[in-house]
Design a protein around this ligand. Structure first.
Ligand code: ASP
Length: 342
């Protein structure tokens, strides 16, 4: 267990809801529920000059997701809202601002999952829509499938009226600069991934105790055309089950997939671990087994939540009970009430 202690992560413990319920209590799920939205902006190294805007991006996404819950929306509505906001921001690698593939093009992956039904929707390698997370939700709700890719996903998007956008509108100066930097012969895009703009994700619990997750990404910098990472894969980039909780994951997709990181964490929660301990166990396994680093946001159905990462930084924020929690560096945990201005 000593490897867990080597993980640098947000200040423990971040347990704000009720203690984990016994099996008997779960029959009364909903009573004393603490609705919450927790978001991340990727397990990355954020350049200093972008730190403040990145933090403000995750805070505003968590807050918007929480407002959806307050207005009676479901956890699924809340995670999609939070992720859409971050997809629309050029400071994250999802939607506009996505990192580019080796050809200098945007190819995006996303997933949503509903813990009540175990319904999930994913898209991969989509190039011409602004909000892949919304398309993933439409795949879940309007098709008999769970995953659509590339041109098939685009055709489906057109058929349900999702507006097409140009590649140019998704590419930022920063992502182009980053792509060029990684084109030089001795560049290491995997190492460089830790310095890039981050993947985005959210988990939430609503007042009925339903959990949900959503994750969206441009993937790995300078990836091969057609490469698909962990993000849209059920159990890797995210998982949600009302019987255990919800996770959204970030990190090196090829590694996260090999340990099915999100599902691994929920397995530990099923074995009685708290959201925080289970997240640490999952990240410790990723590190000890594959030498890989990553990050997650995790909730249980009672509204206990955590944000854990083994990278040096991961922008994250949580909104619960009129309080906004947020941090970037390992061990950081700031709090302010919703009424305070940032
Ligand atoms: N997991 C994402 C991918 O491999 C990248 C990231 O989370 O930064 O596509």
């Amino acid at each position: 267990m000593s490897s867990i202690k080597t993980i640098s992560s947000a200040e423990p413990p971040q347990v704000l809801g009720k203690d984990k319920t016994t099996p008997d209590e779960t029959q009364h799920r909903g009573a004393g529920m603490m609705p919450v939205v927790v978001v991340h902006g990727g397990a990355v190294q954020v350049p200093e000059e972008r730190a403040e805007i990145t933090i403000s991006g995750v805070c505003s996404a968590a807050r918007s997701g929480y407002l959806v819950l307050e207005e009676g929306g479901s956890s699924l509505d809340a995670v999609v809202e939070a992720v859409v906001q971050m997809e629309n921001s050029p400071y994250f690698s999802a939607g506009c601002g996505s990192v580019l593939n080796v050809k200098g093009e945007v190819e995006m992956d996303a997933i949503v999952m509903d813990g009540k039904t175990l319904g999930s929707g994913s898209v991969s390698a989509v190039r011409d829509i602004a909000n892949p997370v919304q398309l993933a939700r439409l795949v879940m709700e309007k098709t008999s499938h769970a995953f659509l890719t590339a041109e098939g996903a685009s055709k489906f998007a057109r058929s349900v009226g999702v507006p097409e956008v140009s590649q140019e509108s998704l590419i930022t100066e920063y992502s182009r600069m980053f792509w060029k930097k990684n084109l030089v012969p001795d560049a290491n895009p995997v190492e460089c991934q830790m310095e890039k703009m981050g993947t985005v994700g959210a988990v939430a619990v609503d007042k009925d105790g339903n959990v949900a997750c959503a994750t969206s990404t441009g993937g790995m910098p300078n990836k091969m055309e057609g490469r698909v990472g962990d993000t849209p894969c059920v159990g890797s980039g995210g998982y949600a089950d009302n019987q255990s909780g919800a996770v959204s994951a970030t990190g090196h997709g090829e590694a996260n997939m090999r340990v099915t990181l999100s599902r691994l964490i929920l397995f530990h929660m099923e074995q009685g671990q708290s959201a925080e301990a289970a997240s640490d166990l999952g990240l410790a396994y990723l590190k000890s087994r594959l030498g890989a680093l990553g990050g997650v946001v995790t909730v249980d159905p009672q509204g206990n939540w955590t944000s854990r990462f083994s990278t040096q930084q991961m922008p994250w924020a949580a909104a619960q009970n009129d309080t906004l929690h947020y941090g970037l560096n390992s061990g950081e945990h700031f709090r302010r009430s919703f009424s305070e201005q940032h």
